[in-house]
Design a protein around this ligand. Structure first.
Ligand SMILES: [Zn+2]
Length: 352
């Protein structure tokens, strides 16, 4: 698994580099073919199916935020129980774990594995495929690691906005009064936007990227700010959306336009209750199996039960928890106490 992780990390795959993504997709396809016996479909988003209608979806992404060439000065490296290198943690180690997890199953019927190439850009080209693949599945397991290797059973919803202030250019030294300063207007927008958060409800609205102006001696005609919105309560998405669209610059002669909107709804903890209970049950099973595993004579029986897809066990296809959609980014990963997961954990880098 460490060797597989090395080959994935060495195949750098920034979201905005199609050729690099293709090369990385080939490495992943090779790994899947070798471990699971058949290749995924054509890229850029790689979908592999174990056959039949999807009952359990394992979801991940293989693009990274690291620019091409990062591996030249930060190569893949294993130091004790830590593996590092661009994209090791987010989330190439997760990909290796996903593939190895599926490889341990006695039957892969109903299991699908989807690895997208644009997650770091907001999943705009893969969203429909994710939704189509997950529709009707009983469980979607997002195998991206969370802090400390914990199971993430809830998460906030997100929104992304670009707010633009349009003003009028003029010479800043000779006749600034003839301009309409979009930057000053933006300053008011930024302060007002920052006040739209509601900590008591778990809502944050954070101005992040801002740009304005064209030259030191010109009154800025254009300015913009990007807003990162996170919500814990579904109703907050509409409230924040309406408030963002009401933002004003307060500077005469300027106008404000808004692009973007809510992106992903929140996944409340109640959404994953059933799946979490099942994961805990599997972890307990694996722990018992793990106890026997130390005795070499019984090693043949040591393999953990493929409990996520066993017939008859919850959740059933007939009554899928509707909240386990990829929209909601259900991030329940495999129990760490399973032997394969424990081994996989050794290949995973800590946050940093
Ligand atoms: Zn990620």
């Amino acid at each position: 698994m460490v060797a597989a992780l090395a080959s994935l990390v060495e195949a750098e795959s920034p979201s905005d580099q199609p050729a690099a993504l293709r090369a990385c997709a080939e490495v992943i396809a090779g790994l899947i073919t070798e471990r699971l016996g058949s290749p995924p479909g054509e890229g850029p988003h790689l979908l592999w199916s174990g056959g039949g209608p999807t009952r359990v979806l394992l979801l991940g992404h293989y693009d990274t935020v690291w620019p091409l060439g990062t591996a030249a000065h930060w190569p893949f490296r294993v130091d004790g129980d830590r593996a590092t290198g661009p994209g090791s943690f987010d989330m190439k180690a997760g990909i290796v774990q996903m593939v190895e997890a599926v490889a341990t199953l006695e039957s892969t019927d109903g299991v699908a594995l989807l690895l997208t190439a644009d997650e770091e850009l907001g999943s705009q080209t893969s969203r429909a495929l994710i939704e189509d693949t997950a529709r009707g599945a009983a469980a979607a397991l997002v195998c991206e690691p969370s802090l400390g290797g914990r199971l993430k059973s809830s998460r906030k919803g997100t929104g992304m906005y670009t707010v633009r202030v349009h003003g009028r250019a003029a010479h800043a030294g000779l006749e600034p009064e003839k301009g309409a300063n979009a930057l000053i207007g933006l300053a008011e927008v930024v302060l007002a936007a920052a006040r739209l958060g509601d900590p008591a409800r778990g809502t944050t609205v954070v101005p992040t990227v801002a740009m304005a102006g064209s030259a030191t001696n010109v009154v800025p005609a254009e300015a913009r700010v990007e807003l990162d919105v996170r919500i814990a309560e579904p109703a907050e998405a509409d409230r924040v959306d309406a408030d963002v669209r009401r933002l004003q610059s307060g500077i005469g002669g300027t106008t404000v336009t808004v692009e973007g909107g809510p992106n992903r709804p929140p996944m409340p903890a109640s959404a994953s209750t059933a799946l979490l209970a099942l994961a805990e049950e599997c972890a307990a099973d694996a722990r018992r199996v793990g106890g026997r595993r130390r005795r070499p004579a019984r090693r043949g029986r040591a393999r953990p039960r493929p409990c996520h897809v066993r017939p008859g066990g919850p959740p059933r296809r007939a009554d899928p928890p509707p909240e386990l959609s990829p929209n909601a980014q259900a991030s329940v990963t495999a129990p760490r106490s399973a032997p394969w997961a424990r081994r996989a954990y050794l290949a995973r880098t800590p946050v940093g």
